[in-house]
Design a protein around this ligand. Structure first.
Ligand code: SAH
Length: 347
């Protein structure tokens, strides 16, 4: 199997069948071999510097019904909330003082925030925090909306494809939703000029190794600037409440593969990874991730943005989260930096 890792390192790709073979034959020793390489590559591009993004979960209203997600429309146990523009700006203010230079506005697909409302919020953030990057993660919108947001100053957009296989997509989403449209949105975002992030859940219900290989091939074809993957974790009030969660071991293995595929990609070590293992985020970094995304949402709403059960960091203030992560990174030899942390092309 080491020869496949070497080949991946050299060519930055494998065939779909080779990806399947590599993933299905992984073991601890192979993972260590892979992680040594992925860490080295991350180090070559980023040194021991870890970028931070301040995550602002500004609404948990959602019109969609993804079977895996805790804030799906049909979950009537969720206490719904929306942050006002002023609330959001306050989060940014706190974040700025703590050294964040990227803000990520994430939410359910909530049309209460019209394209114009979102644009207005963007303009305000970009005028008050001119040296900060702004990332949106609000799902699928029209080409025109994406253009408008970009022209108002948004730098980046996160939209995980969730799974690149049509038949698997159908098992995770109701008929109303469409993988074709999701992929089209990603292409639109790229064409408009955003730094684009995609990704998928690891260990989502019905996922096969072949599905994962297709995710990797899709990512190769799209060539995104950011790649977010994290373990699927069941939520007790969703149809997938009894499904099992994804593993740390497979998630870190895939982070390392992605690092070899796209050496300069911005890859977060996600909160979901920190949720399934007390040192999950550290292990993600040691597998080649280079970004962390602590929560900047007001503590009063944190617990309500529950995409999955037992989410960590829902009780702490932003500052506590920041310093906790800073210490965690320090202990493994990395430092959180005050930097926009933009994607840089390989020279
Ligand atoms: N509405 C936005 C933001 C979605 S939330 C959008 O459609 O892009 C961000 C990510 O959380 C999702 O893309 C999904 O991959 C992940 N997520 C949702 N439910 C999850 C669960 N139960 N376990 C782990 N990750 C989950």
């Amino acid at each position: 199997m080491r020869n496949l890792v070497d080949k991946l390192e050299l060519n930055r790709t494998l065939t779909k069948q080779e990806f399947i073979t590599l993933i299905d034959n992984r073991n601890e020793e192979l993972s260590e071999y892979l992680f040594e390489k992925s860490r080295k590559i991350a180090h070559k591009y980023f040194g021991n510097r870890i970028y931070t993004r301040g995550l602002i979960e500004f609404t948990n209203h959602c019109k969609n019904n993804c079977y895996y997600c805790g804030i799906r429309a049909e979950n009537n146990k969720v206490e719904r909330y929306r942050l006002t523009k002023e609330d959001i700006l306050e989060c940014c203010e706190t974040g700025y003082e703590l050294g964040f230079r990227t803000f990520v506005l994430q939410g359910g697909e909530d049309l209460y925030y019209s394209d114009d409302t979102i644009t207005d919020i963007i303009r305000e953030i970009k005028s008050r925090f001119a040296d900060c990057a702004l990332t949106l993660s609000i799902g699928e919108r029209s080409y025109e909306a994406y253009s408008m947001f970009f022209n108002a100053g948004v730098d980046r957009y996160l939209l995980r494809h969730e799974t690149a296989t049509e038949s698997h997509y159908r098992k995770l989403h109701p008929d109303k939703m469409s993988l074709t449209n999701r992929k089209q949105c990603l292409r639109n975002l790229k064409e408009i000029g955003y730094q684009v992030g995609t990704g998928f859940m690891v260990g989502s219900p019905f996922q096969t190794t072949e599905n994962i290989a297709e995710d990797l091939k899709f990512i190769e074809e799209l060539s995104p600037n950011m790649i977010g993957i994290g373990p699927f974790i069941p939520h007790c009030d969703t149809p997938f409440r009894n499904e099992s969660k994804g593993t740390l071991e497979l998630t870190t293995f895939l982070i390392a593969i992605l690092r070899l595929m796209i050496p300069n990609a911005l890859i977060p070590s996600t909160t979901a990874l920190g949720t399934i293992d007390a040192c999950g985020r550290e292990k993600g970094i040691l597998a080649g991730a280079n970004v962390v995304m602590p929560n900047l949402s007001p503590v009063s709403v944190r617990k309500k943005y529950a995409l999955y059960d037992s989410k960590i960091c829902t009780g702490e203030e932003a500052a506590e989260c920041r310093f906790c992560l800073q210490n965690r990174m320090k202990r493994i030899g990395y430092e959180l930096v005050i930097d926009r942390g933009d994607f840089k092309a390989i020279e």
